[in-house]
Design a protein around this ligand. Structure first.
Ligand code: NAP
Ligand code: ZN
Ligand code: ZN
Length: 391
């Protein structure tokens, strides 16, 4: 379901000016003009998502304050809030597929203006000095990028970042993306993670017309991989565990759909694919997929299951000089390139917009594979912040 024009979220409440605090690294952080925002987040790994009030810093000179309109629900949000990736700091407000409009800017910001449609993806900072950062590969920052939620924010008093299931967010201008106005804002939100995470390895492999791309798993990432690979001119084969998704995969543009447990169909795909984008969120055996790759093919693993995967057979890689690779989201410049590419090719996510009080049900449905293909939170349903911040 793609809604019409978005309803602006309720304005965050301004707080009266309060004192300057000293953080653990000794630098002063002004909390004057901090604003409270309504949010949903987890208070423990088994709490589910509950209403919370969070404090957002006043924009510093390079900051952009954004009134959030929509935020996609990524499977990573489920892994993180449920503690599936190890210890987590709570309360935790997830959300890294954020689209909204600029509400205020800091004094040094001249590239964004109030009212502009913008986006924030999976990171809100990085060291800006290492080779990766200087190469525009901030996601691989050698000193660790600052994730949009659940990360220590070194430039902001080591506060733990809180994500986009909230009515507002404040982010340094260097990590804010411009969302083309021609894109529906709700349907564009998933581009900020699912879009760029699949765009990046397709670009890295230099996919073009004539190439054959395989996509494993038809969920949030997988359906974006299909759309983007088609827009790049490739032929696309989808591997799915769900027979029920056959027709839908074809509607998305897939040229072929293969039920991954059908051994005969897997064998028929032998040596037919150049590059595979694997988006599965659970452990699975990769060896049958390597057999579908051609000489010099590559399999990019994007899914990050919380449990160990079955071992990879080295012979399967060696016999066809196959590369087994991983890939993490995309850099800031590449994310902008992806958004502009999507505007040019009319690519957006297929979304089901949900209210804040439907988030827990949406998580359960996502885990059960019952979504075509991305849930997106309508931030106008988050309500108003309470008088005091929970975090
Ligand atoms: P999703 O919407 O839940 O989609 C995952 C798909 O995997 C499902 O739709 C399903 O497709 C398939 N699947 C699920 N369980 C399976 C199982 N037990 N066996 C085989 N296939 C199964 O998740 P998502 O948001 O796309 O995220 C996918 C994964 O990527 C997550 O682990 C997430 O954390 C990770 N991720 C990584 C990055 C990165 O930078 N590398 C970025 C974002 C997300 P079928 O029904 O078609 O089989
Ligand atoms: Zn994500
Ligand atoms: Zn760096």
């Amino acid at each position: 379901m793609t809604p019409g024009r978005p309803v602006p979220p309720p304005l965050a409440k301004p707080l009266p000016a309060i004192a300057t605090e000293e953080n653990t690294s000794g630098t002063e952080v002004s909390t004057a003009d901090t604003r409270l925002a309504a949010a949903y987040g987890a208070t423990a790994s088994d709490s589910g998502l509950v209403p919370l009030t969070i404090a957002r810093r006043a924009p510093k000179e390079d900051d952009v304050e954004i009134a959030v309109e929509f935020c996609g629900l990524c499977h990573s949000d489920v892994h993180a809030t449920r503690g599936e990736w190890g210890s987590q700091s709570y309360p935790l407000v997830p959300g890294h597929e954020i689209v909204g409009r600029v509400s205020r800017v800091g004094s040094a910001v001249d590239d964004f203006a109030p009212g502009e449609l913008v986006g924030v993806g999976c990171m809100v900072d990085s060291c800006r000095e290492c080779d990766s950062c200087l190469d525009g590969l901030e996601q691989y920052c050698e000193n660790g990028m600052t994730g949009t939620y659940g990360a220590k924010d070194a430039r902001n008093g080591d506060a733990i970042t809180q994500g986009g299931y909230s009515t507002s967010i404040v982010v340094d201008r260097r990590y804010v993306l411009r969302v083309p106005e021609s894109l529906d804002p709700a349907a564009a939100a998933p581009l900020l993670c699912a879009g760029v995470t699949t765009f990046s390895p397709l670009r890295h492999f230099e996919v073009e017309e004539g190439d054959v791309v395989g996509v494993i798993g038809l969920g949030g990432l997988g359906h974006m991989a299909v759309k983007l690979a088609k827009a790049m001119g490739a032929e696309v084969k989808v591997f799915t565990t769900s027979e029920s998704k056959f027709a839908a995969a074809r509607e998305l543009g897939a040229d072929d759909v293969i039920l991954s447990r059908d051994e005969a169909a897997m064998e028929a795909a032998n040596r037919s694919i150049d590059v595979i984008i694997d988006t599965v969120a659970a452990p699975h055996d990769l060896n049958p997929y390597f057999r579908t790759l051609r000489l010099d093919g590559a399999l990019f693993q994007l899914g990050l299951p919380s449990e160990a995967m079955p071992p990879v057979n080295p012979g399967a890689l060696i016999r066809r000089r196959i590369a087994y690779a991983g890939s993490l989201i995309g850099g800031i410049a590449e994310t902008q390139e992806m958004l502009d590419f999507c505007a040019e090719h009319g690519v957006v996510s297929d979304v089901e917009v949900v209210r804040a009080d439907q988030l827990n049900e949406a998580y359960d449905r996502m885990v059960a594979g019952d979504v075509k293909y991305r849930f997106v939170l309508d931030a106008s349903t988050l309500g108003s912040p309470s008088e005091r911040a929970d975090v």
